[in-house]
Design a binder for this molecule. Structure first.
Ligand code: SAM
Length: 290
């Protein structure tokens, strides 16, 4: 069989922190191979929010389409990651809609109100918890990633829910994946205080309050959730990538800890928000049209 040669466009030259405005998969294909040490990111959740922009992720009609799209993106992320690098991935879960086309707004927690509701995935029933984080984790594992840890992000300040027939959801997952069997992990950089007042190796349940960022209509990372990720899996000067940059929290933590960052964000409004927060120079924001 004749082998077709895939011609890639020239990769961008990366020299210091930078924000790309555009579609993450498209821009990832232009980043140099094995150039970043760590990725910390939170893609849009499935069927939760309409960001009102073409090319956005999260509005796929089926769960399979959504998962496939993310696997394709993270496969490109893997190419960009150094062989001893690590990916930290946070993604939220959700319940099936039972094919109801609307959801009554949750007055107590407007941020949780859905603007869209996809159909119930095949094989699931109304009221089923979909299990999106684990479905994605298994799909990435199948695609070659090493799933190294499932961190439970416990939210002590979790918002009330109006449900009466199950416990209130007060956690999310933060998955740690590596590209190879051996990778860079500095356990001393992220030790925690044990009950006896002594430092011990970090455990897999992290208590971190959620933190809203004014003007961002989506869940933003609390800095203290991602700080240990960056400190454990990078050294000063290593590049950190967030392909769903949003308000730029990954950039903020990188700035504090002297790590250069690469942010990719589709929505011009959020690029502007992140740039303002990070005081990024105009020449370090690059807009890439599809
Ligand atoms: C959950 S938010 C990330 C929030 C971020 N961690 C923070 O702390 O602000 C997801 C972001 O992905 C962006 N997004 C959606 N589709 C995208 C795409 N195809 N390429 C790049 N960014 C996209 C959305 O505009 C949104 O800002």
């Amino acid at each position: 069989m004749k082998k077709e040669k895939i011609i890639r466009p020239q990769p961008f030259k990366i020299d210091g922190s930078i924000i790309f405005e555009g579609d993450s998969l498209h821009i990832l294909t232009r980043l140099p191979s094995e150039s970043v040490q760590c990725i910390v990111t939170s893609p849009p959740y499935w069927g939760l929010r309409d960001y009102g922009i073409e090319g956005q992720i999260g509005l796929e009609e089926s769960l399979h389409q959504f998962l496939n799209k993310l696997v394709a993106i993270f496969s490109e992320v893997k190419r960009v990651l150094k062989p001893d690098g690590v990916l930290w991935l946070n993604i939220g879960d959700g319940y099936t809609s039972g094919n109801r086309g609307y959801r009554a707004p949750d007055k107590k927690n407007p941020a949780r109100a859905m603007s869209i509701r996809p159909d119930t995935p095949k094989g699931l029933k109304p009221k089923d918890l979909i299990g999106i984080p684990w479905r994605l984790a298994f799909a990435l594992q199948e695609d070659g990633w090493y799933l190294r840890s499932d961190i439970v992000w416990n939210k002590p300040n979790a918002m009330p829910e109006s449900v009466k027939d199950r416990p209130i959801r007060a956690h999310e997952y933060l998955f740690m994946f590596s590209k190879s069997e051996k990778y860079y992990y500095d356990r001393d950089a992220v030790k925690e205080l044990g009950a006896n007042g002594k430092l011990r190796n970090r455990r897999s349940v992290w208590d971190v309050n959620t933190q809203a960022f004014p003007g961002a209509h989506f869940a933003t990372f609390p800095s203290s959730l991602i700080e240990p990720c960056i400190l454990a899996t990078t050294r000063a000067g290593d590049y950190v990538l967030d392909p769903f940059f949003g308000s730029g929290t990954v950039g903020v933590v990188c700035q504090v800890h002297d790590r250069p960052y690469i942010g990719i964000e589709l929505h011009p409004k959020y690029v502007a928000m992140a740039a303002e927060r990070l005081t990024v120079l105009h020449e370090n924001i690059i807009r890439i049209a599809i």
